[in-house]
Design a binder for this molecule. Structure first.
Ligand SMILES: C[S@@+](CC[C@H](N)C(=O)[O-])C[C@H]1O[C@@H](n2cnc3c(N)ncnc32)[C@H](O)[C@@H]1O
Length: 290
């Protein structure tokens, strides 16, 4: 309990952090989360927290901190509380309308970069969310023309703001469902991290997922409906020998390969992520496509 003097003067930053770590103790990331949230409230960085343990935090800021800690304890992703998240070393704004970009999606970026040598290629990112994939590709390949689409106007607003903040000029954005949002031209490559979780998957109840847009996570037909739609539509938007790359769940590799093969894609292969899980299926548009 604080006396009125300490309320007026503030409470030491080190003591606040200690309390916060105890409050979040059930979380694996209690220490980091406590620090990140205090740094946000104070508008300082982690170096400041370590350098000035005796800094006094006033009551108003302590109240803000307490509110954020309570939301974190309730399971809200730290990325939403911070309003930003890093993907491919890019600082991105995120909010409740965008999926929090996942590290495993960097496999898709790596593969897309290695699949096409450097050149003036046209590439589409379907379901761009915060813009994570498109912006990573655009910053690595300034001579690519990228088209990023989503059916969520709110997500596109975040993606556009991220492009502006990063000064990325080679991405255009479009609103609409999968390939229907693309302009009247063909692409060298189409990539997507679509929703792929089945609606009865128990994972949807844990690990911050209830706070993320369900339309970014859940797909009908055991999580495969959007992948089927994309694989059906993509041949009509790909150039000859153009590539389709789709991220999917660890258990979906075989089903996704079958979907690609049923649409006459060639060279169909599934790649594993760093945890050894089947994560990304790629295929090349067949010559006999329309
Ligand atoms: C798994 S999130 C991926 C977001 C981002 N690409 C990433 O990797 O972080 C799927 C995205 O697809 C979008 N989406 C869902 N259904 C869609 C549809 N029918 N057409 C276009 N986008 C859709 C969601 O709004 C969401 O942004």
């Amino acid at each position: 309990m604080q006396n009125s003097d300490s309320l007026q003067q503030g409470q030491k930053l080190s003591a606040l952090l200690k309390q916060a770590r105890c409050f979040l103790a059930e979380s694996d990331s209690a220490r980091l989360d406590a620090e990140l949230l205090l740094a946000k409230v104070l508008e300082k960085d982690s170096v400041f927290l370590r350098t000035w343990p005796d800094f006094l935090v006033d009551e108003e800021l302590r109240e803000k901190y307490a509110q954020l800690l309570a939301r974190r304890k309730n399971g809200e992703p730290i990325a939403y509380l911070l309003g930003r998240w890093e993907f491919w070393s890019l600082p991105l704004h995120v909010n409740e309308h965008t999926l929090v970009p996942r590290p495993e999606t960097e496999l898709l970026v790596e593969q897309a970069l290695s699949q096409l040598p450097n050149g003036p290629y046209k590439v589409a990112d379907l379901g761009t969310g915060s813009g994570a994939i498109a912006l990573a590709l655009a910053t690595e390949r300034p001579n690519w023309q990228l088209w990023a689409s989503d059916f969520s106007a709110e997500a596109l607003e975040v993606a556009r703001a991220n492009a502006a903040q990063l000064n990325v000029m080679n991405v255009q954005f479009g609103e609409g469902s999968w390939c229907k949002a693309l302009p009247n031209q063909r692409f060298h490559m189409i990539v997507s991290n679509p929703p792929y979780i089945s609606s009865d998957d128990p994972h949807l109840k844990g690990d911050g997922l209830p706070f993320e847009p369900q339309s970014a996570l859940v797909a009908e037909k055991n999580g495969l409906k959007d992948i089927i739609d994309i694989a059906e539509q993509a041949p009509f938007k790909l150039l000859d020998d153009g590539w389709l790359m789709v991220e999917h769940g660890a258990e979906q590799g075989e089903a996704v390969r079958e979907i690609f093969l049923s649409q006459q894609f060639r060279c169909v292969t599934t790649l594993r992520d760093l945890s050894g899980m089947e994560r990304l299926t790629i295929g090349q548009r067949g010559k006999d496509h329309a």
